[in-house]
Ligand binder design. Sequence first.
Ligand code: ARG
Length: 270
Amino acid sequence: MPATRLRRPRRYLTCEPRFFDVRYTINPWMREDAPVDTALALRQWHTLVDAYRAHGHTVDTVPPVPGLPDMVFAANAALVLDGRVLGSRFHAPQRQPESAAYELWFKSAGFDVHAPRAVCEGEGDLVPVGGLLLAGTGFRTAPAAHAEAQELFGVPTVGLRLTDPLFYHLDTALFALDDENVAYYPGAFSAGSRAVLARLFPDAVLATEADALAFGLNSVSDGRHVFIDPHADGLVAELGRRGYVPVPVDLSELRKAGGGIKCCTQEVRS
Ligand code: ARG
């Protein structure tokens, strides 16, 4: 008998992909010659927001800014823990103006924003779980930002090295299932980081390369419901066996920029 999983209501910050496009290439999923259907991206994104609301979560939105085609990927804008906000400093110059747009929202919502000095792409690379902060590096967020996060939040930070450019952010290769456990794709990490993950999470859900390529690890869990790409079918089945309830959401059009469900979702933990 799988455990009964309990859901905790969450507050999510998102950004409508009204100006979504692929106009530059900063990860291997992006191809400037592939046409983008912005209307389809918008419809798919609305199914995600509707699914969150249907499961009792609060969804806030930041106004999208013309000329910032990746702004839909709200996860990269910050990490919010205990009401404290570590803002972002993007690796790619094209995305750098997003930080100020999100900072405006956080300030108007009553949060102080601590601006990182090193490259830091928010929840794209920083995942709080089990009283720790898992912190990815290798392609985007710099190890110096992990230290800044530890100093700001007072939470032990565990650095994890990503080695495959297809999984350039930690949230493309790992997600928190609940407050204690994670799901991840071991092939995205260095040998040492794999050993760290195995030691910290002996009971983790391990995903296959196919599930990872379907962006199955770019999922959002409320502790019970897992909002997940339906094409990650092996992982969807395994989550069901473990007592979680998969909620399928297909964001195929946003995949053209290398993004998925978690990329579109910033959790505001206050
Ligand atoms: N095109 C964006 C980039 O390369 C996608 C970001 C996806 N976000 C994420 N949290 N993985 O920066």
